[in-house]
Write a new protein. Structure first.
Length: 107
């Protein structure tokens, strides 16, 4: 995929990052989709300036279809390469499942 140039987004290490940070564009987009404001997003990623948060959101809105496809491809790749916890560490998965059930029963 070819992405338009932006002073706020850079392609690095095989992914899209907020320029000058290690924060992925995907992370910012997920927060934005969940309804977080740029101010709240910056609270989650203190290495990112407010201007860069707004710039990343503007980039996403200007290139929504392209970025959505990029994120979907990243998710598909993750599913292909990372086995579920139930397979990779069944003992930990069982402990987490038991903890969830205990918490649910306390409600």
């Amino acid at each position: 995929m070819a992405f338009p140039a932006s002073q706020y987004i850079e392609e690095r290490d095989g992914g899209l990052r907020i320029a000058g940070t290690r924060v992925s564009l995907s992370s910012v987009v997920v927060h934005f989709r969940e309804g977080r404001t740029p101010e709240r997003i910056v609270e989650s990623f203190p290495t990112m300036s407010l201007a860069k948060a707004y710039g990343a959101i503007a980039f996403y809105l200007d290139n929504r279809e392209l970025v959505d496809e990029y994120i979907a491809e990243c998710e598909r790749e993750l599913e292909r390469t990372v086995p579920p916890l139930s397979q990779s560490n069944p003992e930990l998965f069982a402990r987490l499942q038991a903890a969830r059930e205990r918490m649910a029963s306390k409600r």
